[in-house]
Design a protein around this ligand. Structure first.
Ligand code: ARG
Length: 575
């Protein structure tokens, strides 16, 4: 483990145990980065109170236990410990990172099976911007868990079942399969749905057909099922185009839509009723998990079978959670879904616990996704006021990126390739760099800016290091000279990079990819300062210094590349 904060924590804990007895071995030494040294430990102040001794005296006692420490420790003020690490220690640890194929990143042991439910657009509607963040954040979490050695099972819980499908299938028959497929593949799901809806509302004969189609669909009638597949396959082909453009790792094998659970719903309800978890209330079968009350203080029901006998969203989620725990053997289930569904998931988790389907050993977590807002601070919409189409938004990002780099003299193919990476990188990074549960304003100008904590800036910073290697005429992998941290800017960069592995562990545990964005942004900023103050391939730099610096460049590059890959942000070779 190279993370200095962890190393220091362990060392100070040992010192505490030596100086004051083993009961203090687990105390948090409260080590924080400091402006007066590398780190400051504040433990002496709180400990002094408990021991009824002077804080400075306690601090001195800790300090004297740290004599073999790879740095200097000073007592300052009322009893702070100011800790500065030796340059050689930092350099040696950075060197270890550079020679490690895993960059000093550990693995989670024992490995966990993590089910990640993300993206989950609804087939009866256009895949709209609301599903953009669930897709992007979920994909980053999947990449992080896999990188740390966990087994990830992606579950794309598509909205692909329910009463609207009767109407959709009848409309498909009306306009003809071929025309319907073409429309759906082109991403006109919303138009398709709306046209069906108009007929359903205004045409009695159509309504009758749609209703009986629901019945044959639920009965599994082969002709109806074939038509449902025609509809779904075309829709999924469109979703896949979006995933491909975004560089999202979801495939058809990850589809586990609502329809998959349909055959399990009878038994789901029967079992819940038989165990007494669910009870009949006003004709509906309901679970009343304790602690949930409505505005009238009455217990709030999770309705799993409506009074007309129909199943709903909650029924499917009860079947899904049982399947994920029992069949997929999940240790952890992450539901990456909009925060407006918070109550639903709280109730599903509580109901599953009540039924004994969610043991304490399995953690089910709703990763709440905040809404994407327009510049007016309201839910993002297109000019015409419709909910915006995802593909249009992605295309706009690419068009703007194309315009931004149009003056750079690339041939068309190269320009298109770079623009796609910059556009998608901008959208994805903007989504990820904000805490997943907060709302954020979709602002093309800001997300596509080449300065600040943006995708294009991170891509540029990475491409710039690659160009240093091109100039030097060597491959980054061949920069194997020792890392020497002579200048302050080199030292600051080296010290920062050591925190990478521990950061990945923390953000994976806490599902907080935005902290990786912050870390990479700091990395790029520290690199900029280093590059200004410490020339690498300029004339006049002696070869030895050049090689030391190239090694530090190589380590920085690998951290940036690995980090951006874990975010799912592509990096063009040059920009
Ligand atoms: N399709 C749903 C929606 O768009 C999201 C599904 C989330 N996953 C789940 N297991 N409920 O709101």
């Amino acid at each position: 483990m190279t993370d200095p904060q962890i190393v220091l924590t362990e060392r100070v804990q040992q010192a505490l145990a030596h100086a004051f007895g083993s009961e203090h071995a687990d105390a948090d030494p409260l080590i924080r980065p400091s402006q007066f040294a590398d780190f400051q430990a504040n433990v002496a102040l709180s400990l002094a109170k408990r021991l009824r001794r002077a804080p400075r005296e306690v601090a001195e006692a800790i300090k004297s236990e740290l004599s073999d420490f790879p740095g200097t420790v000073e007592v300052s003020g009322p009893g702070f410990l100011n800790i500065t690490l030796d340059d050689t220690w930092i350099a040696a640890e950075a060197q270890r990172m550079l020679t490690d194929p895993r960059l000093g990143v550990g693995t989670i042991t024992p490995a966990q099976t993590v089910v990640i439910d993300y993206s989950a657009p609804n087939a009866a509607k256009e895949m709209h911007v609301g599903h953009l963040r669930t897709t992007i954040v979920g994909d980053s979490l999947a990449r992080l868990h896999e990188h740390l050695g966990n087994t990830v099972i992606r579950q794309n819980h598509l909205g692909d079942w329910g009463t609207p499908f009767g109407m959709l299938i009848e409309h498909l028959l009306d306009i003809g399969e071929e025309a319907a497929v073409a429309q759906l593949e082109a991403g006109m799901g919303t138009e398709f749905y709306q046209a069906a809806r108009v007929k359903f509302d205004g045409d009695e004969a159509f309504r009758q057909r749609a209703r009986s189609r629901v019945t044959t669909l639920q009965g599994g009638d082969p002709t109806t099922m074939r038509l449902w597949h025609v509809f779904m396959d075309a829709t999924v082909r469109y979703f896949n185009k979006v995933y491909e453009l975004l560089g999202v790792t979801l495939t058809d094998a990850d589809i586990a839509g609502e329809s998959m659970y349909n055959p399990m719903l009878d038994k789901t309800c029967d079992d819940l009723e038989a165990s007494g978890t669910a009870v009949m209330s006003e004709g509906a079968l309901c679970v009343f998990p304790p602690g949930f009350t409505g505005s009238d203080d009455k217990p709030l029901p999770l309705i799993i079978r409506k009074s007309d006998g129909g199943y709903g969203y909650a029924t499917t989620d009860m079947a899904a959670i049982r399947y994920r725990v029992h069949d997929l053997k999940a240790d952890r289930i992450l539901y990456v879904v909009g925060n407006e569904q918070t109550l639903h998931f709280k109730m599903v988790f509580a109901a599953a616990k009540l039924a004994g389907w969610l043991p304490d050993s399995v953690s089910a977590e709703h990763i709440q996704i905040g809404m994407m807002l327009g510049k007016d601070g309201r839910r993002f919409r297109t000019r015409s006021g419709e909910s915006a189409k995802l593909m249009d938004l992605l295309q706009e990002a690419i068009d703007r990126a194309t315009a931004a780099i149009s003056e750079r003299g690339y041939d068309e193919a190269t320009r298109n390739e770079i623009a796609r990476h910059v556009g998608m990188g901008a959208v994805k990074y903007a989504d990820l760099s904000v805490s997943h549960d907060s709302e954020y304003v979709l602002d093309f100008d800001r997300m596509l800016a080449f300065t600040g904590n943006t995708g294009p800036y991170m891509q540029y910073a990475t491409a710039r290091i690659r160009s240093i290697f091109r100039k030097a005429g060597i491959q980054p992998a061949d920069a194997t000279a020792s890392i020497v941290l002579a200048a302050p800017a080199e030292r600051a960069l080296g010290l920062h990079l050591l925190g990478f592995g521990e950061l990945l562990m923390q953000i994976t545990a806490d599902a907080e990819p935005h902290r990786l964005c912050n870390f990479l942004f700091q990395t790029a900023s520290l690199f900029s300062t280093f590059y200004e103050e410490c020339p690498v391939v300029k004339a006049g730099v002696d070869p030895e210094t050049r090689d030391h610096r190239l090694a530090l460049c190589a380590l920085t590059l690998r951290v940036l590349e690995t980090g951006l890959d874990l975010l799912g942000v592509p990096v063009p070779e040059r920009m």
